[in-house]
Design a protein around this ligand. Structure first.
Ligand SMILES: C[S@@+](CC[C@H](N)C(=O)[O-])C[C@H]1O[C@@H](n2cnc3c(N)ncnc32)[C@H](O)[C@@H]1O
Length: 241
């Protein structure tokens, strides 16, 4: 119920005529993995549609792919949620082009509104599933830093297969990262963290480096919630060789 109220509020706010417009929409031609980088709401469609991945590779002329390949310093966050990190990080680093890939439409809409309120222009949001997006859309060796904060831990053993951080995810991340680029992960969940370390242990294509650090305003919404409850934030970074 609370979720429904929040979604209604966000939808109403998107139509606020006093807000600056969303960032220009970059079409993703032929590839339906991605719809709006930043969604432009209309009366008929106040929140972005969740797209389905139907293709294995983005066509070479895909404007979104071209946009990413031309960015000098490209960084990507998977599952930004309500966007505390991605908004602050984009603001703190005006020289980078930040991309957020989030599957929940209302969260995308919320981050879009915040970015518009704060006049952030170096952030693009993609509404969709992270793995097909990494595989099909992100140009090879284009990303300098990839972040994943508090990914869904799927705590029950029978659900572990749903965890995003698996070998196929690491393969996709490796392909997207520039040599020397980093994968940066944070979780409160000790078992998931152990799982991440195990997945990366045998990886000869990466070396574990000193865990990345952030400014106070880049701590995520989940992080604030969990650390307030006394839970530790497990952090790790790996560098593509
Ligand atoms: C537990 S929340 C954490 C949100 C945020 N990173 C934070 O730390 O506050 C996980 C987020 O990842 C998103 N997510 C989960 N799996 C995803 C996937 N496969 N592709 C894109 N987003 C995903 C969820 O919708 C949710 O917003």
């Amino acid at each position: 119920m609370a979720r429904h109220r929040q979604s209604t509020k966000i939808k109403a706010e998107q139509k606020n005529p006093d807000l600056p417009p969303s960032q220009e929409l970059i079409p993703c031609e032929g590839c339906s993995v991605v719809h709006p980088p930043v969604f432009i709401p209309t009366e008929e469609q106040p929140v972005p549609p969740v797209p389905f991945c139907k293709v294995k590779d983005a066509p070479p002329n895909c404007p979104l792919r071209k946009f990413m390949s031309e960015a000098e310093h490209l960084e990507l966050e998977i599952g930004p949620g309500m966007g505390r990190f991605i908004l602050a990080h984009s603001e703190n680093n005006s020289n980078i082009q930040m991309i957020g890939i989030e599957k929940e439409t209302v969260r995308v809409a919320h981050v879009d509104i915040e970015a518009r309120k704060r006049g952030i222009t170096n952030l693009r949001l993609v509404c969709g599933e992270a793995l097909p997006f990494l595989i099909a859309c992100v140009p090879p060796s284009s990303v300098e830093k990839l972040y994943i904060f508090y990914p869904d831990p799927w705590p029950k053993r029978k659900h572990h297969k749903n965890r995003l951080f698996q070998k196929n995810f690491v393969d996709a991340v490796w392909a997207c990262l520039k040599p020397g680029g980093t994968l940066n992960a944070v979780t409160d969940h000790a078992d998931y963290f152990r799982h991440m370390l195990e997945v990366m242990e045998d990886e000869e294509r990466f070396s574990q480096t000193e865990a990345f650090t952030r400014t106070e305003n880049e701590r995520t919404d989940f992080e604030l919630r969990f650390t307030a409850l006394g839970m530790e934030a497990h952090t790790a970074s790996w560098q593509k060789k």
